[in-house]
Design a protein around this ligand. Structure first.
Ligand code: SPQ
Length: 431
């Protein structure tokens, strides 16, 4: 990909149907559980983004046979007990999900390994995961005794814990549950607000027994997983960029097929509806596992809204592009309770505000969110991606409504979650 991408369309209109690539969170988990399980797992619709490829190469280093042809992945594993000690460091690249879930998995394995990450991931906090794992007896160390990557995990015997989560985070919840799967006794995790539940759903699919009581999940240790077939739906967090694009670009009408509709991920649809976006849902399927269907979005007159509380974990990754949408809405949109945005690939509160201001947006930051007043005519500018795929895609979509071209600095990070993003954008505009 070039070092700069220019978005410049003459009166763009987005029309047609789109099948976005596979869900990133589900793709990671399919490879992880397929590798913990003994036997064969077949994955279709896998996301071939850089983050998920980091997960595949980690397990290959641990001795799991994984082959991939495009979006079809075959896993053949000796099971977690048969993994071998890797010769090299395990590199999580840019992927927080890979790093945090793998810490939980490796803690109860029988191998010793060191995990590293790129310049952005090594600045993201790992204590939220290493603290509960230490309570379970995990041996995780860092030469500098800090809670950041690189971290060395010496697989050991774990004890179950009852854990009250301090933050709403699917990564922390998943790390504790996956460690609990190898531990002695029954582990319980209680959430503050419900976060994405792909790990729980997929553990059941691989034969594990879990029970749930409100915000508390219980898992008994020492359960064996059995390889299975996994179908990955389209990623609603990727579709979100084009949903927002269609909602704010005159005359647009786009249908998203086979897009994931897991209720712990559909906060974006609730917000679009609250902002007055014309939306239709159809062909809903897959109710027992991961739900998916078709979502049609049409250009609409937008009104401001408030986004906070329990909604936040259901749309955390969509907040950058929703902030862009809010610049086109009548009134004052308030995003609150979203302090987690500050510890993503970059500080997504400051970065979003800085870039939208360059376009002329009226936006202020708060410790836990943003306040955006609109509607505002946005102007062309050069925007930075901060090496953050969600910032890069927000910048690209902004170019559909600016009165001049938008230049994106360092757009290559978009391949982390959406390698064919620009092809899909071209395919929808002015067809
Ligand atoms: O994997 P990574 O880098 O953490 O990815 C992000 C993203 O924007 O793609 C966050 F930066 O998504 C997280 C998400 O924010 C993926 C995820 C998961 O698959 O479990 C859960 C969320 O993170 P958290 O910290 O709330 O658990």
């Amino acid at each position: 990909m070039p070092e700069e991408k220019i978005i410049s369309f003459e009166q763009p209109v987005l029309r047609g149907t789109l099948q976005v690539p596979g869900d990133k969170s589900i793709s990671h988990r399919a490879v992880m559980l397929g590798s913990i399980a003994k036997g064969k797992t077949s994955i279709t619709g896998f996301l071939d983004g850089e983050d998920c490829l980091s997960t595949i190469s980690m397990f290959q280093q641990l001795g799991v046979s994984i082959t991939r042809e495009g979006t079809a992945v075959q896993v053949d594993s000796p099971g977690i007990a048969g993994w071998k000690t890797p010769a090299e460091k395990l590199d999580a690249g840019n992927s927080g999900t890979t790093a945090r879930l793998m810490l939980g998995i490796l803690a109860g394995s029988s191998v010793t390994s060191t995990m590293c990450g790129d310049q952005y991931l090594t600045k993201r906090p790992m204590k939220r995961v290493t603290a509960p794992l230490a309570l379970m007896g995990a041996a995780i160390t860092n030469e500098a005794q800090k809670d950041y990557l690189p971290l060395t995990v010496q697989g050991s015997k774990l004890q179950a814990i009852d854990y009250q989560m301090p933050v709403a985070s699917a990564q922390v919840k998943s790390a504790v549950l996956l460690a609990g799967l190898q531990a002695e006794g029954e582990t319980t995790v209680t959430e503050t607000d419900v976060s994405r539940d792909h790990t729980e759903r997929m553990l059941r699919q691989f034969g594990a027994k879990l029970s749930q009581d409100g915000k508390t999940i219980r898992i008994k240790g020492r359960q064996q997983l059995t390889g299975t077939d996994v179908v990955v739906p389209g990623d609603i967090s990727s579709a979100a960029f084009f949903m927002v694009a269609a909602a704010m670009t005159a005359d647009s009408d786009v249908s998203f097929e086979k897009v994931g509709l897991n209720p712990t991920r559909t906060g974006i649809l609730d917000v679009l509806e609250a902002m007055g976006v014309q939306m239709e849902l159809s062909d809903e399927q897959g109710f027992d596992g991961e739900r998916y269907g078709t979502v049609r979005i049409r250009h609409s007159k937008l009104k401001a809204t408030e986004i906070g509380g329990e909604l936040i974990p259901r749309l955390i990754d969509e907040l950058p592009v929703l902030a862009l949408l809010a610049t086109q809405a009548e009134g004052r949109t308030v995003i609150k309770d979203a302090q987690e945005l500050r510890v993503k690939e970059t500080d997504r509160i400051e970065a979003v505000a800085a870039e939208l201001r360059k376009l002329g947006a009226n936006i202020e930051t708060t410790p836990d969110g943003m306040i955006i007043s609109g509607p505002t005519q946005l102007h062309g500018a050069t925007l930075a991606s901060y090496g953050d795929h969600r910032l890069g895609m927000m910048a690209a979509v902004s170019g559909l409504i600016t009165d001049g071209p938008v230049h994106i600095d360092d757009p290559s990070c978009i391949a982390i979650s959406y390698p064919q993003f620009f092809e899909d954008l071209e395919s929808l505009v002015n067809v």
